[in-house]
Design a binder for this molecule. Structure first.
Ligand code: SAH
Length: 318
């Protein structure tokens, strides 16, 4: 799955296949930019500070975030922009909007120092492992010649105890490894990371690997590299590995509550006031799409992984 997805992002415009929060409303990136500025103040205003984004897509979130960060001039002046992106074609799109950035293939390429990291719909693109509960034990689902092949194995980690025969348990090994490294880093060097993504609050058995091709659900194994592959993020597992590394974990909280606490609606209404009626209605609808529980407000969640010496970051206090 890792290779198929890298090939997909390198050769396709993923935004033809799905729409993400920063593409829905400029307010999303603006609020995350202000989140970063306030968190930076809580860190004691380190100068310089690395502002990084994992999987920046078209660069929209970061362009909106930087515009908002301009409201806190010392933060805007202190930040050094770093982007973690594997796709050469998306890097080119990002470079048009964020010419001052430095690019890396992996988080390990970031320079040392105080870090603020943002990632929207990044973790769901990382590869997962799947295990199936058989009548007589467990099998890992391997992919061979475009088909799933069950390979007998020991009981998997995760929600294995709750799985009934025939059920799938997923294990987001890559996301967990990334979060463990990140957590150790913010504890040792200072910093905070904010991830927004979709997934349940509690780990549970279930099949969530999903492929989208041309905007429609597709067979995840057909045309590897031609479809976008995603899986639910197991927030509880990520919170566990981050705590084990000594970091403070905030959330997950539903995206609707998180964005509302940061001021999604007043900001959207303020923008709407200067717009013709149609654009004004679109701005309010976009805010509702991000925050309404039945739309993106509940399935999407925010999770922060912080240096334990920092105050609770914005959006996570009840
Ligand atoms: N954050 C953007 C894009 C989400 S799509 C938005 O909200 O619109 C996922 C992004 O992660 C793309 O930019 C994709 O190229 C990048 N990506 C996927 N797998 C990656 C990996 N293993 N390392 C770095 N970037 C990756």
């Amino acid at each position: 799955m890792a290779r198929a997805n890298a090939a997909y992002y390198a050769t396709h415009d993923p935004f033809a296949d799905f729409t993400t929060a920063p593409e829905i409303s400029q307010v999303f990136g603006e609020l995350l930019g202000l989140w970063a500025a306030v968190t930076w103040q809580g860190m004691g205003e380190p100068d310089p500070v690395i502002l990084a984004e994992a999987g920046p897509g078209r660069g929209t979130l970061m362009a909106d975030a930087l515009r908002a960060a301009g409201m806190v001039p010392p933060f805007r002046a202190a930040l050094r922009l770093h982007l973690i992106e594997t796709s050469p074609s998306l890097r080119a799109v990002q470079a048009e909007r964020l010419p001052d950035a430095t690019w890396h293939d992996e988080m390990s390429g970031l320079p040392p120092g105080s870090l603020l990291l943002l990632g929207n719909e990044f973790l769901d693109a990382l590869p997962i492992r799947q295990f199936e509960r058989m009548s007589d034990g467990w099998a890992e689902r391997h992919v061979r010649d475009g088909r799933f092949v069950p390979v007998p194995c020991a009981p998997p980690p995760g929600a294995a105890d709750e799985a009934l025969e025939g059920e799938i348990v997923e294990w987001g090994e890559a996301a967990q490894a990334l979060v463990a490294t990140l957590a150790a880093r913010v504890v040792a060097q200072g910093g905070a990371a904010l991830f927004l993504d979709y997934g349940p609050e509690h780990s549970a058995p279930g099949h969530s690997l999903q492929a989208l091709r041309g905007g429609r659900p597709a067979d995840p194994l057909a045309d590897a590299g031609d479809a976008d592959l995603t899986a639910h993020v197991d927030f509880a597992a990520l919170a566990r590995v981050a705590r084990q590394a000594g970091a403070a974990v905030h959330g997950p909280v539903p995206q609707g509550a998180f964005l509302s606490r940061l001021g999604l609606f007043p900001r959207s209404q303020a923008l709407a006031r200067n717009q013709p009626a149609r654009q004004a209605a679109a701005l309010i609808d976009a805010a509702q799409r991000l925050a309404t529980p039945e739309r993106m407000g509940r399935l999407f969640k925010a999770l922060a992984i912080c240096d334990p010496r920092l105050p609770t970051p914005p959006g996570f206090a009840e």
